[in-house]
Write a protein of this length. Structure first.
Length: 368
C-alpha cells in the first residue's frame, strides 16, 4: 500500500516572498507600522469620544475619526486616479485645480445673481452639484482628448489645467469669495444633525461601493487593464484604446466634482489658491502606495483606497507631533523614496532570497 506524499511545507522565506509579491502588501505594512508607532508613542491616539458640537448635536471625535473624515476626498480621487494611471500609464496633476473649479461652480450656482453673500441659496444643492459634475467631466474630457487622441504625455497634457485651473475658478465668481450661510449646505462636509459620524465618511463609502459594483458587473476594469498592459494587442482584439483612456479621465472628472462638493461644504466658502492644494500628489502617492505600477496596466483598487487612508494616517500623525505643514512634503518624499525602492523588482527579489537563505540556515542548524 503506497503512502500519500505529505505536502511540502513552505519555508518562512518562501512565505514571505509570496506575501511581499501581493499588491496590497505595501499599504498594509505601512499601516501596521503607523499603528505600532502611535501605540508606543501615545496609546491615547486611538481614543474615540462622543461629545456635542456647538449646536448640541452628538459628534464623534478623536484622531481616528479625523483620519476617516479628512481622507474622504483623497479616497474618492484615488479611485479615479487609479483608472487613469492603469489605462494611460500616466497621472493627472490637475485634479487640485479642477476641484477649485468644481467648488467655484457649486458656489456660483447657489449664489445666483445675489452677489457673494446671498441670504438664501438661489438653487437646490443637487442642481449646483450636477452643474459641477458637468463642468468637471468636461475638463476631464479635455484632458482625456489630449492624452488619448492627440497622444500627449498625461503629465504634460494636464499641466495646462494645473497652471490655469485656479485662475478659471476665480474668474467664475468674479474673483469674489462667496459664502453660503444656510446650515444645510454644510451638512455635506461636516455633520448631519443627529448623526455623530462625519458625512464625508458616508460619501466616500458610497463612492467605493459604486466603483466596486461597476468593476464587478461591467468590463471597465478588464478593458482598462488590457489597454494599460498593451494597447496594440487590445486594439487587435476589438477594443478602442483611445476611448478607454478618454473615459477614465471623464470618470476622474466626476470624482473631482464629488471631492469639490465636500471641500467647499466644509467651510461653506472657497479659497481658490489654497483649496485642495497638493492633493494631486497625495492621490498619485495613494495609487503607488497601493502597489499599483505608475506605468499602467494591472491595478488593485482596494490597494489605492487603503493607500489613501495610510497617507492621511501619516499626515495626522505628523500633525499630532507638531510637524509644520510646510515640512509635510519632505516627510512624504521620504515615503515615496522608500516606496519606490521597496517596490522595485530587484529589491523584492533580493529580499526574498535573503529570507530564503536565512530560513535554510535555520533548518540546517535544527537538523544538526
Amino acid at each position: 500500500m503506497t503512502k500519500l506524499a505529505s505536502p511540502e511545507k513552505k519555508t518562512f522565506g518562501a512565505k514571505f516572498k509570496e506575501l511581499a509579491s501581493n499588491q496590497i502588501f505595501i499599504p498594509v505594512a505601512a499601516l501596521l507600522l503607523l499603528v505600532l508607532f502611535n501605540l508606543i508613542a501615545d496609546p491615547g491616539f486611538f481614543k474615540i469620544t462622543l461629545g456635542q458640537n456647538s449646536n448640541g448635536d452628538p459628534v464623534l471625535s478623536g484622531y481616528l475619526i479625523t483620519i476617516l473624515n479628512n481622507a474622504s476626498e483623497l479616497v474618492i480621487l484615488a479611485i479615479g486616479m487609479t483608472l487613469v494611471t492603469a489605462a494611460s500609464g500616466g497621472q493627472d496633476i490637475s485634479v487640485g485645480a479642477n476641484i477649485a473649479i468644481a467648488g467655484s461652480v457649486i458656489l456660483r450656482v447657489l449664489c445666483g445673481n445675489q452677489g457673494a453673500r446671498p441670504e438664501t441659496m438661489q438653487a437646490p444643492i443637487i442642481v449646483a452639484f450636477l452643474a459641477a459634475c458637468a463642468v468637471s467631466m468636461l475638463f476631464g474630457a479635455f484632458n482625456g482628448t489630449l492624452v488619448a487622441y492627440f497622444k500627449i504625455q498625461p503629465m504634460v497634457a494636464t499641466l495646462i489645467l494645473f497652471t490655469a485651473g485656479r485662475s478659471i475658478a476665480a474668474w467664475i465668481n468674479n474673483n469674489q469669495l462667496p459664502i453660503i450661510s444656510e446650515a444645510s449646505f454644510g451638512y455635506f462636509g461636516n455633520f448631519i444633525p443627529g448623526i455623530p459620524v462625519p458625512t464625508p465618511v458616508f460619501i466616500a463609502i458610497a463612492c467605493v461601493i459604486v466603483i466596486m459594483l461597476v468593476l464587478k458587473f461591467t468590463t471597465l476594469g478588464l478593458l482598462t487593464q488590457s489597454v494599460g498592459i498593451n494597447s496594440h494587442s487590445s486594439r487587435l482584439n476589438g477594443i478602442d484604446p483611445a476611448f478607454v483612456k478618454f473615459i477614465t479621465y471623464v470618470i476622474l472628472g466626476l470624482c473631482v466634482a464629488v471631492a469639490g462638493l465636500i471641500k467647499v461644504s466644509r467651510i461653506s466658502s472657497i479659497n481658490y489658491s489654497v483649496i485642495a492644494k497638493d492633493i494631486e500628489m497625495d492621490a498619485i502617492l495613494a495609487v503607488a502606495l497601493g502597489g499599483n505600477a505608475l506605468s499602467g496596466g494591472k491595478f488593485n483598487m482596494w490597494g489605492s483606497i487603503l493607500g489613501a487612508y495610510v497617507i492621511q494616517f501619516l499626515t495626522t500623525t505628523l500633525y499630532k507631533f507638531n510637524v509644520a505643514s510646510d515640512a509635510l512634503p519632505a516627510y512624504k518624499a521620504v515615503v515615496v523614496i522608500l516606496l519606490v525602492v521597496m517596490s522595485a523588482p530587484v529589491v523584492r527579489e533580493k529580499m526574498g532570497k535573503a529570507m530564503k537563505s536565512a530560513a535554510s540556515k535555520k533548518t540546517a542548524k535544527e537538523a544538526k
